[in-house]
Structures are given as structure tokens and as C-alpha cells.
Design a protein around this ligand. Structure first.
Ligand code: OAD
Length: 240
């Protein structure tokens, strides 16, 4: 694959951050096992028990400073450097892609670094030590400061940036998915859209996910081992 001649779109899921020490959602011991979705990841949960939801996300926000990007994140930033065109979509709410050197990451499901004003809907980056305390935080945009919620897409809410995402996939040559179980739509259906747009589709995942039959090429194993090798192979092929 001559990546220097190709327009590449990558979609990542929780699996790419697993080797950095962040738990995935649906694997054994995954986050949803200990914290049911209905209790921490829906607008109804936020209305019913905001303290529980706030506590869940504050602890995940604090955890960001304890983890580092892993070889899979760095392999993607190398791919971004060598590809003719590169666009990264992530379902992840962590900041590990940015910290591996890719600055323009499109987050479909929001970002832990950001909080959103409940009244105006405006998001602000809030990662100072005082922003990470257990108490609710308040916005800087309203005259009387309003409560902030996590800037996360909960179940029943619309994923972010979908128009841009479909536009980029429609014109890509290669669509690569890394570390996603294929359970959550619309992300899980993007591979169908890529195929309809005549892109080559490649999957890298620990285990076979639900939608693996949609991919032209599959690689099963840990992303931290597989991706650096694949990217190096593609770079070599490009220089021939
Ligand atoms: P899941 O937890 O559903 O799936 C993670 C996938 O990564 C699984 O298929 C694992 O086999 C794979 N995996 C685990 N470790 C890996 C490794 N080291 N290398 C490669 N693959 C590995 O996570 P997502 O598919 O990202 O949404 O979940 C999608 C969405 O569901 C999340 O964004 C979140 C969740 O509910 C919201 O919170 C809105």
C-alpha cells in the first residue's frame, strides 16, 4: 500500500487506549460492567442522579494525567505524517491521540478535557486542578454561572461532527478501524459507508468484532504490536 499516494481515514475505539491502561467498555472487566450505562451515561441518569454521573466522569478526567499514549497511538501519528491525506475520527473521550502528536482529532463522543454549560451549550476546556475536584463546576459564559455537565455524548444523544465525518469518508481511499467492538452506531456503520464509497477497509482489533465481515483486510491481536509493524511496512512500500 503506497500511503504517500492515499487519502486515509482512521476510526479508533477504546481498544487503542487499552494498552495505556484505560479500560474498554465491553470486554471482561470493562467500564459498563461496574457502572451500568443507564446509571452513568444517559441524560436521564444526569437528571436523576447528577452526583453519581459527575463522580464517574471526574474520576475518568483525573485519570488522564496518569496515562500516556502507547505505541499504537504513536504509529498513527507516524501514518499521519506519511499519508497523502489523513483524517482521524475517534470514539474515545481521552486525549491520547493529541498527546501522540495528532492535533486535529475529531471526537464523535466528546472529550473528557471539556465541560459543557447546561444553559448555553457552550463547551470549555477545564483541566485545572480545581476543575477536577468532586464538587460540581460552573461555567464562565453565563452572567450567573450555570452548572457544567461532562462534554460527552450520552446514549440517546447525537454524536458530534457527523457531516464532516461522512464527507471525509466519502472521498477516502482507505478506511482503517482500530480497537472497536462494532456495537455502537453510527460509528459501527461507518465501514459500510466507506465500502459504498469504494474505499479499501482494514480492521485491527484484539478479537473479532460484530462487524468484521465488512472489512477487506483484518488483523487480530493487540494494536500496540500490530499497528507499528503495519505502518512501517506501508512506509517501506511507499518508498519503493
Ligand atoms: P468497546 O469496549 O465496546 O470495544 C473495545 C474493542 O477493543 C473490543 O472489540 C476489544 O476486543 C478491542 N481491544 C481491547 N484491547 C485491545 C488492544 N490492546 N488492541 C486492539 N483492540 C483491543 O469500545 P468501543 O467500540 O470503542 O460510547 O465502544 C464504542 C462506544 O461505546 C464508546 O465510545 C462508548 C461506549 O459506550 C459512549 O460512551 C457514547
Amino acid at each position: 500500500m503506497k500511503i504517500n499516494q492515499l487519502n486515509i481515514v482512521v476510526l479508533t475505539g477504546a481498544g487503542i487506549s487499552a494498552e495505556s491502561g484505560l479500560r474498554t467498555f465491553r470486554d471482561n472487566g470493562g467500564l459498563w460492567e461496574e457502572h451500568p450505562v443507564e446509571e452513568v451515561a444517559t441524560p436521564q441518569a444526569w437528571q436523576r442522579n447528577p452526583s453519581m454521573v459527575w463522580g464517574f466522569y471526574q474520576s475518568r478526567r483525573r485519570q488522564l494525567s496518569e496515562v500516556e499514549p502507547n505505541p499504537a497511538h504513536f504509529a498513527l501519528s507516524k501514518l499521519a505524517e506519511y499519508a497523502k491525506d489523513f483524517f482521524l475520527i475517534t470514539q474515545n473521550v481521552d486525549d491520547l491521540h493529541e498527546r501522540s502528536g495528532i492535533m486535529d482529532v475529531v471526537h464523535m463522543h466528546g472529550q473528557l478535557r471539556m465541560l459543557r454549560c447546561e444553559l448555553s451549550g457552550k463547551s470549555e476546556e477545564r483541566m485545572e486542578p480545581s476543575d477536577l475536584e468532586s464538587d460540581f463546576q460552573f461555567c464562565t459564559c453565563c452572567e450567573t454561572a450555570s452548572r457544567l455537565r461532562p462534554d460527552i455524548v450520552w446514549f440517546g444523544e447525537q454524536p458530534m461532527n457527523m457531516v464532516e465525518i461522512y464527507n471525509k469518508i466519502e472521498t477516502c481511499d482507505v478506511f482503517i478501524v482500530v480497537g472497536s467492538s462494532g456495537h455502537v452506531y453510527p460509528a459501527a456503520g461507518l465501514v459500510n459507508f466507506a465500502k459504498q464509497s469504494n474505499a479499501q477497509t482494514i480492521l485491527i482489533n484484539l478479537e473479532e468484532p460484530l462487524n468484521s465481515f465488512m472489512f477487506d483486510e483484518t488483523h487480530f491481536g493487540s494494536a500496540g504490536k500490530i499497528l507499528p509493524k503495519l505502518v512501517n511496512e506501508w512506509i517501506e512500500q511507499s518508498s519503493l
